[in-house]
Design a protein. Structure first.
Lengths: 315, 306, 389
């Protein structure tokens, strides 16, 4: 990973870092909470992009991890644990366990069968949380306040929360870029490109793919903990199949494989929804055809359109 | 008494299964023959229901509405194929997911814009609007029985079409190896168009059939889409026979699970816990089934051999 | 990377441009209701009832120009939270009116009341906010959810029904509904079934009802769910078992249910045939404007607008003195379409409740009609738990 190849990402993150200053000319608290939400969903999209782009594992149940992270915050605070770092740790552990258990079943299948298998598990988790009344069931659960950060209620400031989300996003991005470029990442890519050839070279798919699921799931779970804090409200709807579908759409929109494309895709999609809703309440009449056009004409998504591919790399 | 209740619930399950089959048949063909992930199949079902409601409000009758809906649903499906889908056959699943998701968004909003958000209703045909006593005190609507009969007849017709006609042979060949079929001189584009249009018409037909008993509203196809995917995965992608059996299974398990689940659990748990767990497990049952099938037979129950 | 920067700059510029500098002679109301899916007809009634009131007042509330922003919560509490924050922070509304559904109310109450903005609910009235969690910034112009269901429980008890089958969707309001019915009803509960929210095919549940043979059915199935239940109930030949309901056979669902619902009973705090001058004028104006019969949703939204109007008039147009506004809101100094109306200690109404039945009018339209009064000046059961003065 060279500085030059990361130029788009650097510019993107710089823009995001400067956003609050631009926002202060407008309705700043609203734009900050909106921005934080976009960053959080960008984080989830980033993790899905890793899964699809590096592992060719198209998951239709990724929103389940958002739900796991969010409900970890709820359950932890019910047990008296209010610090975000601890809550995130709990979320990561639960997500890893879920990824391993479901991976054992899902990874036996490929292609659309894998897709449906991930959908099945996502739905199971959704219905499980719908049925648990003490957590509010379908109606959701309102948190009394945001989590503490290292012992202090630092997150009540929307500005601080925004920068926290941005930091987490940047760290996750760096982490995933390192992983993609590491030996593990290369093995994963090899399996993605040609499982037979990789097997002939001695690389079994299952352990690498399972590890990829755990990594992606854990990052999405962290996003879930942030999401719970952003809205101070958690509902099973966070992990509905429609939400998983939206994550997929944002990933594809951004351009699968480029990682920073996922962030761009998420932000663009959400900004578009928000901007259009200021103007009309028939937003989907415009968003729908836009997605179709991008699918038909934008082969590599936004990332592919903005940065022409010059060298090899994650395809 | 219990047997009578069981019989009624079984019929209900069959009816749901038949409905699922009509929707899944088109989806499994599209998937099997063209390797095309069509998330928009659910909205084609919805459009069929809306067309039926619209024609019924013009003509006032169900039969004429149905007769008008079928060709219109076919035309609509073909229009979608020509405008959007045919450009995506060569593309990867991701682009197909993106585009068909866009179609869902557009059409769900579109029907709301044209017909409003309130549910519409379609009049039941008078000839079928009676009920027959299945149980003392419970009448089973004739219409629902007719639905089962029509569904079975359609399944039979599809079976004959696929297995005993030239077109069906081409479809079966196409789902095994589309490139080879094309190399052998068959116009694969036309075949795809035919399969797609027919699948869309089946979905629209299902929508129109169900309109008199369920309300017609935006988003009515979304959850059925997910169920249809479950059905074709369990049945085996590309297999009509698989879709038929899987649809019946899913319909029966879902209905019987919802109806008897809490009661059966009461044998093992306290009533409150049984009711709570029953309510939690019932919707999950079909997903558990799908996961189990995928675990045991990853290509489904009747995989099409490639 | 210019496109990214340009896009972000454009967004913030747009957002800044759409932000109005708060004008002193304008009152901003954010209306958050469900306008998607089958329940959309309810949200539509609330919106139309509220707008009709504003129109009748000449586009003003309390003498100030009224700006009403309508927002769709899609019956998703998480979406509602985000949208209501938009209303509060971006649009800087003075009042939030809504929602229709109880689960949305549970989600939006905290963000709205914590920002010291008044939340006027024209429909949802959950038990927790009537009791322990009562809030001085929340005013409900409808009822406490349980009360409507208690009407039917009392009726069933007085009528001497020995057994009942209970059916509701599996969410908070559904559970409240069945709890409300059970309060006065002493007979045997043959079965208590909760269906998934949004389920439209009741064949399984209807078969159970036929098997259990209760003396009456009590159900709470709002919107499209109710439409389907009523039609399928009639088709299954079960109509000989009395159909007691709340919000299932009312003006929002009758246009779709048509003749299938005739004779089915419900409970309400108002019906279009109520005999007082302001109600008659309202029904006439509503039908003229929207070509449909208003239900309690529209009525309560109209009252909410009149409440706001009276409160602003009471402070002489001063929107910034929240304490004064609050006192004026509490006074409820307006002519309610129901006749009698005043707030209890928990800001929920004290009013009369009636048994109503679905009927077809001479002009072919469907409405509910009052059969008898069941409760008078009824205070909800949770008011004693509220610690507000």
């Amino acid at each position: 990973m060279t500085l030059r190849s990361q130029r788009p990402a650097i510019l993107l993150f710089a823009g995001l870092a400067l956003f609050p200053f631009a926002a202060s000319f407008g309705a700043d608290t609203y734009l900050l909470t909106l921005g934080a939400r976009m960053l959080i969903l960008a984080l989830a999209t980033l993790s899905l992009d890793f899964l699809i782009g590096q592992g060719a594992l198209i998951s239709f149940g990724h929103a389940a991890y958002l739900g796991i992270g969010a409900y970890s915050v709820v359950l932890a605070s019910m047990a008296g644990i209010d610090d975000l770092l601890l809550q995130a740790l709990i979320a990561i552990v639960v997500a890893a366990v879920f990824a391993v258990l479901t991976g054992y079943v899902s990874l036996r299948a490929t292609g659309v069968h894998y897709l449906m298998s991930t959908l099945a598990f996502g739905q199971m988790l959704y219905f499980l949380f719908v049925s648990v009344s003490p957590l509010g069931g379908d109606d959701g659960y309102t948190l009394s306040s945001r989590s503490l950060l290292i012992g202090e209620p630092r997150l009540t400031s929307d500005l601080a929360f925004y920068y926290l989300c941005l930091t987490v996003l940047a760290l996750a991005y760096l982490l995933l870029v390192r992983i993609a470029g590491s030996r593990f990442g290369r093995v994963l890519n090899a399996i993605r490109q040609n499982p037979l050839r990789a097997a002939a070279l001695g690389f079994r798919s299952f352990p690498s793919q399972l590890a990829a699921c755990v990594i992606a799931g854990s990052i999405a779970a962290v996003a879930g903990t942030l999401l719970a804090n952003q809205s101070e409200f958690v509902a099973p709807a966070f992990m509905s199949w429609q939400r998983s579908g939206e994550l997929l759409v944002m990933t594809i929109l951004g351009g699968v494989g480029s990682l920073w494309g996922a962030v761009l895709g998420a932000i663009t999609y959400l900004t578009l929804q928000e901007a259009l809703s200021l103007w009309t309440d028939q937003t989907q009449v415009i968003v729908g055809p836009l997605l179709i056009i991008v699918a038909l004409f934008g082969r590599r998504g936004l990332a592919g359109a903005l940065v022409p591919r010059t060298s090899g790399g994650p395809a | 008494m219990f047997l009578a209740l069981l019989a009624v619930q079984t019929l209900n399950g069959l009816q749901l299964g038949i409905l699922l089959f009509l929707i899944s048949a088109g989806l499994t063909l599209t998937f099997g023959v063209m390797n095309f992930v069509n998330l928009a199949h659910g909205v084609q079902y919805m459009v069929g229901a809306y067309l039926a409601a619209m024609f019924a409000s013009f003509t006032g009758g169900f039969w004429s509405a149905l007769a008008l809906t079928l060709p219109t649903a076919l035309a609509f499906g073909l229009a979608l194929e020509i405008l959007v889908f045919r450009w995506l056959y060569d593309r990867d699943h991701l682009s197909q997911i993106l585009a068909t998701f866009g179609v869902i968004l557009f059409l769900n909003q579109g029907v709301k814009t044209i017909w409003g958000a309130a549910p519409l209703s379609v009049p039941m045909p008078l000839a079928l609007s009676g009920s027959i006593p299945l149980m003392p005190g419970l009448l089973f609507p004739v219409y629902r029985l007719a639905l089962i009969v029509v569904g079975l007849a359609t399944a039979l017709a599809l079976y004959l079409l696929i297995n005993h006609s030239r077109v069906g042979m081409l479809v079966r060949a196409g789902s095994t190896n589309a490139a080879m079929v094309s190399a052998l001189g068959v116009n694969i584009r036309q075949l795809f168009m035919l399969v797609f249009g027919f699948g869309a018409m089946l979905a629209g037909f299902a929508g129109a059939l169900v309109a008199p008993i369920l309300s017609v509203e935006p988003g009515m196809g979304d959850n059925l889409l997910i169920l249809a995917f479950v059905v074709i995965v369990i049945g085996g992608i590309g297999s009509i026979r698989g879709a038929f059996l899987a649809a019946l299974m899913v319909g029966l398990i879902d209905t019987l699970g919802r109806a008897f689940g809490p009661q059966m659990l009461r044998l093992a748990l306290a009533p409150a816990a049984a009711s709570q767990t029953g309510r939690a497990l019932a919707p999950m049952l079909i997903y558990i089934l799908m996961a189990a099938v995928l675990f045991a037979r990853p290509s489904g129950l009747f995989p099409v051999k490639r | 990377m210019k496109p990214v920067a340009i896009l972000l700059a454009a967004l913030t510029g747009w957002a800044a441009a759409t932000l109005n500098v708060a004008a002193e002679d304008k009152v901003k109301v954010g209306l958050i209701v469900t306008l998607s899916g089958p329940p959309a007809v309810l949200g539509g009634q609330v919106r139309d009832g509220f707008n009709l009131a504003v129109k009748t007042l000449g586009g003003k509330l309390g003498g100030l120009d009224a700006e009403v922003t309508v927002v769709d919560d899609e019956l998703k509490p998480d979406v509602a939270v985000n949208k209501v924050k938009g209303l509060l922070e971006r649009d800087q509304v003075n009042f939030v009116v809504g929602p229709v559904f109880s689960n949305v109310l549970l989600a939006i109450e905290k963000p709205v009341t914590e920002s010291n903005t008044f939340l006027i609910s024209p429909n949802a009235g959950t038990s927790n906010f009537a009791g322990k969690q009562c809030n001085r910034n929340l005013f409900v112009t409808s009822y406490q959810n349980d009360q409507v269901h208690e009407v039917l429980g009392k009726y069933a008890q007085d009528k001497g029904y020995k057994s009942a089958f209970l059916l509701a969707p599996n969410y908070q309001a559904g559970k409240d509904a069945l709890a409300g019915f059970r309060r006065d009803f002493q007979g045997e509960i043959v079965d208590e079934v909760y269906t998934p929210l949004g389920q439209l095919d009741f064949s399984a549940e209807l078969a159970k009802i036929a098997a259990d043979k209760p003396e009456a059915l009590f159900t709470f199935m709002p919107g499209g769910m109710g439409v389907n239940l009523v039609k399928q109930y009639r088709q299954a030949g079960l109509a000989s078992i009395p159909f007691l309901s709340a919000f299932t056979a009312d003006e929002s669902t009758l246009p779709a249910e048509k003749d299938d619902a005739i004779g089915f009973l419900g409970g309400a705090n108002w019906a279009p045939d109520m005999d007082n001058p302001q109600s008659k004028a309202f029904v006439k104006a509503y039908e003229a404007a929207y070509n449909s019969v208003p239900g309690t949703y529209a009525m309560q939204a109209y009252d909410a607008a009149m409440l706001i109007d009276s409160a602003i008039k009471g402070t002489g147009g001063n929107l910034s003195d929240k304490d004064a506004l609050r006192t004026e809101l509490k006074k409820a100094n307006f002519a309610s379409l129901r006749g009698k109306f005043k707030f209890g200690v928990n800001n929920y109404p004290i009013q009369d409740f009636y048994l109503v039945k679905a009927a077809k009018r001479a002009d072919g339209k469907y409405e509910t009609e009052i059969v008898q009064r069941v409760f008078e000046d009824y205070v909800d059961r949770y008011a004693s738990e509220c610690m507000m003065k």
